[in-house]
Design a protein around this ligand. Structure first.
Ligand SMILES: *[C@@H]1O[C@H](CO)[C@@H](O)[C@H](O)[C@H]1NC(C)=O
Ligand SMILES: *[C@@H]1O[C@H](CO)[C@@H](O)[C@H](O)[C@H]1NC(C)=O
Ligand SMILES: *[C@@H]1O[C@H](CO)[C@@H](O)[C@H](O)[C@H]1NC(C)=O
Ligand SMILES: *[C@@H]1O[C@H](CO)[C@@H](O)[C@H](O)[C@H]1NC(C)=O
Ligand SMILES: *[C@@H]1O[C@H](CO)[C@@H](O)[C@H](O)[C@H]1NC(C)=O
Ligand SMILES: *[C@@H]1O[C@H](CO)[C@@H](O)[C@H](O)[C@H]1NC(C)=O
Ligand SMILES: *[C@@H]1O[C@H](CO)[C@@H](O)[C@H](O)[C@H]1NC(C)=O
Ligand SMILES: *[C@@H]1O[C@H](CO)[C@@H](O)[C@H](O)[C@H]1NC(C)=O
Ligand SMILES: *[C@@H]1O[C@H](CO)[C@@H](O)[C@H](O)[C@H]1NC(C)=O
Ligand SMILES: *[C@@H]1O[C@H](CO)[C@@H](O)[C@H](O)[C@H]1NC(C)=O
Length: 593
């Protein structure tokens, strides 16, 4: 997930306008600008020549929407015979082991508890406000909790809830909204991903699907209706998606970014621009309309041919110019505003290996190798602990990390199995453990939004020029607890849990499931209230100090799904046969079971 727009509390906290930031609004990195540039600053307007159609690209017709051919074929339903065998990604759990029905039932109870409150107080609104017991339309008024939460209910076999949700989705008009310009990124990952995933799960024959067949088909037709409106957002000179699209004029609405040369560019953050592959590929396959795929490969070209080159191969910055295609800063890493771009590179290859996705996988591998060599570091005093540092806009390490980066451990583990490169698994385990440390050192057992440390290479006491310490770096070195002041919130973050889920399914080591259960108990104690669940304001205080009035749709889509799947039988949503989008919506891998 994630430009998960930060919940309101973040914008107050950080004094950043939420709407100005596309996906996962970034937190102002502590220490930004304190480290001198390690690469040249951007000093001239960037222009790269439009992608020269290389033979492979031209042959497959992906890079130019105008050349895309459309056919009425349904490749998914007709090409089974030619599909490769599914890769074995998961640990071979002996039959009947790996799950825990008691725990799975507890997670299911939590879903029903929260969902019932949404139905009672906020049905049809986007999200429930669990303190005021009201509904709010913060995602265009199409009922995002329903669309985002449906596939979790399908996986849990909550048949009454699924019937109710399917009945609603059929009636939504996705072509219009009273709420202004429509954000490309979140609408793709939450709505499009939710619709396609529910469709795939119900059609797979692996889940109960005795619902109204018309309502099941409506999942796909609604996805197509929504995508045909979003498609206008790609009509920029490069094909890199604009931040928003105007549904009344059918035109892209550009965001802007002022680079270090003082020039303001039309710009989209990298995560927002690069997190379309899975949803749009799947839609192309299910409808037979290859334009959906060509639209998203066109802009992706610039992201995987960054100009100028990033400080370390693969670790691109957070902004790209939608007019000329250049990369606008060097703030690489796995954090907010880059995260799911990197995530989708390996996942698109897992979904379906071909000429184009092979190139994406190569780029992903270069980013992982750079990570291993340069930004996976040990905090001072904790040589066994690994954090992935964010980089600042000049390419220097900030020695800070946000929770969003915590998906990376699971992503390395998946890539390890998909590419058959065992060394990547070590990095994945180390990263997943690093994020666990941020949970098991707090009073509540939940992790914070943001943390920082002194690097192990620094002398101690540290160099005063990097000692911008508000106490947290010193506290981290002394106690292993690294929370940055003002960032103690837990707002239904799924990323650490996500990595523990991959670690459990891929290694079979039961300690990961224990981490998940510990987290469930913590959530149930501190985020639950007499209505539903809510955001916890301070993970370092008993009972989380207080709660905020929000329950994000990704609590249903991600937190409860990863949690449930950790305790369900491991062959339910097998990682070799399903690939999760960044909002935890499983999409069927193009392989033969
Ligand atoms: C940054 O560069 C300036 C000028 O070269 C130097 O005085 C300063 O110490 C450097 N700061 C850091 C943090 O390296
Ligand atoms: C693709 O379309 C563009 C623009 O219409 C055209 O200039 C180009 O020649 C086409 N390429 C191929 C391979 O057909
Ligand atoms: C399943 O979880 C319950 C609750 O945590 C625990 O008491 C039980 O030992 C677990 N069962 C197995 C087989 O691990
Ligand atoms: C799902 O629920 C339906 C209706 O209650 C039931 O018939 C079916 O057996 C359940 N399926 C599974 C896999 O539990
Ligand atoms: C394929 O999708 C594109 C993009 O939304 C749309 O413009 C086009 O009409 C679609 N083609 C068909 C045959 O539906
Ligand atoms: C931004 O996009 C608009 C519309 O395409 C264009 O007119 C303008 O020149 C662009 N600005 C820059 C700095 O590229
Ligand atoms: C590209 O894919 C096609 C089949 O889709 C294949 O025939 C061709 O060899 C591939 N080219 C490269 C360079 O891998
Ligand atoms: C906390 O988590 C880390 C990483 O998983 C682990 O190494 C450490 O032993 C844990 N500490 C406690 C007190 O459980
Ligand atoms: C979760 O909290 C509810 C309400 O306090 C409680 O009834 C339930 O037993 C808890 N679940 C677990 C597994 O502790
Ligand atoms: C595809 O193959 C799998 C396993 O070989 C089979 O279960 C499934 O029914 C097939 N699907 C179609 C559409 O033929």
């Amino acid at each position: 997930m994630i430009l998960k727009p930060l919940p309101r509390v973040f914008s107050l906290l950080l004094l950043l306008p939420v709407r100005a930031l596309a996906a996962r609004p970034s937190i102002v990195p502590i220490g930004q600008g304190k480290t001198n540039a390690t690469v040249g600053a951007i000093n001239s307007p960037l222009a790269i020549t439009p992608p020269v159609p290389v033979a492979t690209a031209t042959a497959s017709g992906y890079f130019f929407a105008a050349n895309a051919t459309t056919s009425s074929a349904h490749p998914t339903h007709t090409s089974n015979a030619t599909l490769p065998a599914c890769k074995s990604v998961q640990y071979a759990f002996p039959s009947g082991t790996g799950g825990n029905a008691t725990r799975a039932a507890a997670v299911k109870e939590a879903y029903q508890y929260a969902f019932n409150a949404y139905v009672e107080y906020a049905w049809g609104y986007d999200e429930l406000q669990p303190l005021s017991k009201t509904g709010t339309n913060d995602w265009y008024g199409w009922g995002v909790t329903v669309v985002d939460g449906l596939d979790t209910a399908i996986v849990m076999n909550l048949t009454d809830e699924v019937s109710k949700m399917l009945g609603w989705i059929q009636t939504v008009d996705f072509t219009t909204t009273p709420d202004g310009d429509v954000e490309m990124f979140d609408i793709t990952i939450r709505y499009l991903g939710g619709l396609l995933s529910s469709y795939d799960l119900l059609k797979s024959g692996q889940f109960y699907n005795g619902y109204d067949p018309d309502q099941i088909e409506a999942l796909l037709t609604q996805a197509k209706t929504l995508a045909d409106k979003l498609a206008y957002g790609f009509q920029t000179p490069t094909g890199i998606a604009a931040v928003d699209v105007d549904f009344s004029t059918n035109t892209p609405v550009e965001g802007t970014y002022t680079a270090s040369n003082g020039v303001t560019y039309n710009s989209t953050n990298t995560a927002s621009a690069g997190s379309f592959l899975l949803e749009w590929y799947r839609l192309a396959a299910l409808t037979g309309n290859e334009t959906y795929r060509s639209l998203v490969d066109t802009g992706e070209y610039y992201l995987v041919h960054p100009n100028p080159s990033p400080t370390y191969p693969g670790l691109v910055g957070t902004q790209f110019d939608t007019t000329a295609g250049g990369m606008l800063n060097f703030a690489g890493g796995w954090h907010s505003e880059v995260d799911s771009f990197l995530e989708y590179l390996i996942k698109s290859y897992h979904y379906k290996a071909d000429n184009i996705t092979e190139e994406y996988a190569d780029f992903w591998l270069s980013a992982v190798k750079s990570t291993e060599a340069h930004i996976a570091v040990h905090p001072y005093g904790f040589d066994d602990l690994t954090f992935l540092s964010a980089m600042d806009t000049n390419g220097g390490l900030t020695y800070t990390m946000d929770d969003y980066s915590c998906f990376a451990g699971g992503n390395f583990l998946l890539g390890c199995k998909v590419l058959g490169m065992e060394s990547l698994c070590d990095l994945g385990i180390a990263a997943a453990d690093g994020c666990h440390q941020t949970y098991n050192t707090t009073t509540t057992g939940l992790g914070p939004l943001y943390w920082g440390w002194y690097d192990s290479d620094n002398t101690y006491p540290p160099d005063p020029t990097v000692d911008i310490d508000n106490g947290y770096r010193r506290n981290g070195a002394a106690n292993g607890e690294f929370i940055v002041n003002g960032n103690e919130v837990y707002a239904s973050f799924p990323e650490s849990l996500e990595s523990w889920f991959y670690a459990y399914r891929i290694t079979g080591d039961p300690r990961w499931a224990e981490y998940g259960w510990d987290m469930f108990l913590s959530l149930n104690e501190t985020a639950r209230n007499s209505v539903a669940f809510a955001t916890v304001n301070n993970v370092g205080m008993p009972w989380g100090e207080s709660q905020s009035n929000s329950l994000d749709s990704f609590f249903f889509a991600e937190v409860l799904k990863y949690m449930y799947l950790m305790f369900a039988e491991p062959d339910i949503v097998d990682l070799g046969k399903w690939v999760f989008n960044t909002e935890c919506h499983p999409i069927q891998v193009q392989c033969k079971a």
